[in-house]
Design a binder for this molecule. Structure first.
Ligand code: KG4
Ligand code: ZN
Length: 340
């Protein structure tokens, strides 16, 4: 069995050809960072149009790289949720069209479940059952995962996602887009105790997160009231680094505390972590320290599988094995509801 997987939930257009064993035979990722940079964030309409231009060449490249012929594909899988509506539509319509043209069955992929499946792809041993933490640009969610496809949502952010907060702090400090990698790099030179930023909801007896208060605290540190606009031009590199390190420390503290609590409450042996923010070295370091201290196994997706890609669409193999195919009337689920 060899499948083609498509990913277009946000601003990466990606395709991969995956073998029965989960090996990635060929893949292609087209990023749109330069398109969105001048806006300081992903503009949904711009993203959708860029997906439209790129999706066919990206699919073509992945298939050519894999050396697999279209006749040998057993199914076409596509991320249908959650994400930006226009972006999702491009991938879903492309997948449905190819399924009809090539006479292949269709499989739907939950993008957040796929982020966690990236951990299984990187691990020799079974990582389920486990607690799953997804930390991305659009989501911060905790799950109790009994299998790759059976996930109970425990809680998530009630406002900004962790990656979104990194991006907004990066934008306020003129660090470019996306802010996450730049903030984490500059944080290495900063003092994480320079500013005592809020660790919202860290002690709350649930699995909800909130990062908008932290973002506002950073804003007022950069531009104290009564300033109406935010400018970081008065800050030198060290001042910026201190803000980055202190901000990052606050995000990481909350993520580590709540994930550790979930592992204990649900008595799982594993914590699995995926999504773009899981590439953050300080988060990885502190999660490992918590795993060592509390005696659980930590599996974090390798950095290249943290940010959006189609390889993690290998989760579709699990659905094929269960005989869970999608119908041709498959629709997108943008999923602004936080439960996904
Ligand atoms: O998973 P992803 O590629 O897209 C979504 O599904 O949202 O995650 C992108 C997010 C962005 O917000 C980006 O700033 C963040 O992941 N990110 C990081 C790092 N690398 C990427 N955040 C913190 N530290 C990093 N090293
Ligand atoms: Zn993602």
């Amino acid at each position: 069995m060899t499948i083609l997987t498509l990913e277009s939930t946000c601003d990466e257009t990606a395709a991969a050809v995956i073998s029965d064993s989960g090996a990635v035979l060929g893949q292609c990722i087209a990023t749109q960072e330069t398109l969105h940079e001048r806006f300081g964030g992903v503009v949904p309409e711009v993203a959708a149009r860029a997906h439209l231009e790129r999706i066919l060449p990206v699919i073509d490249t992945a298939i050519v790289k894999s050396g697999v012929s279209v006749d040998d594909l057993s199914a076409i899988a596509v991320a249908d949720r959650p994400g930006l509506a226009g972006s999702l539509l491009v991938g879903v319509v492309a997948a449905k069209t190819l399924a009809v043209a090539w006479q292949k069955p269709l499989v739907s992929i939950n993008h957040l479940h796929a982020h966690l499946y990236a951990c299984q792809m990187a691990s020799e041993e079974a990582v389920y059952p486990s607690i799953g933490l997804v930390v991305s640009g659009g989501h911060t969610s905790l799950y109790h995962c009994t299998s790759p496809l059976d996930l109970e949502y425990l809680g998530g952010t009630i406002d900004d996602a962790a990656g979104e907060a990194f991006d907004k702090v990066g934008a306020m400090l003129d660090l470019g887009f996306p802010g996450g990698p730049a903030v984490s790099k500059l944080a290495q030179q900063g003092n994480p105790k320079a500013h005592d930023f809020p660790r919202s909801m860290i002690g709350a007896p649930d699995y909800r997160f909130s990062f908008s208060g932290l973002k506002t605290a950073v804003r007022y540190t950069i531009a104290p009231p009564p300033a109406k606009t935010v400018s970081a031009s008065h800050l030198d590199q060290q001042a910026k680094a201190d803000i980055c390190a202190s901000f990052q420390a606050a995000v990481v503290a909350v993520l580590v505390r709540k994930s550790t609590r979930a592992v204990k409450e649900y008595k799982t042996s594993h914590l699995i972590v995926g999504g773009g923010v899981a590439a953050n070295p300080e988060l990885r370091r502190q999660l490992q320290a918590a795993a060592d201290k509390h005696g659980f196994r930590l599996v974090i997706a390798p950095p290249e599988l943290c940010t959006d890609n189609a390889a993690m669409g290998a989760i579709a193999l699990e659905k094929v094995r269960r005989g869970e195919y999608a119908e041709l009337d498959l629709d997108i689920t943008a999923g602004l509801q936080r439960g996904y």
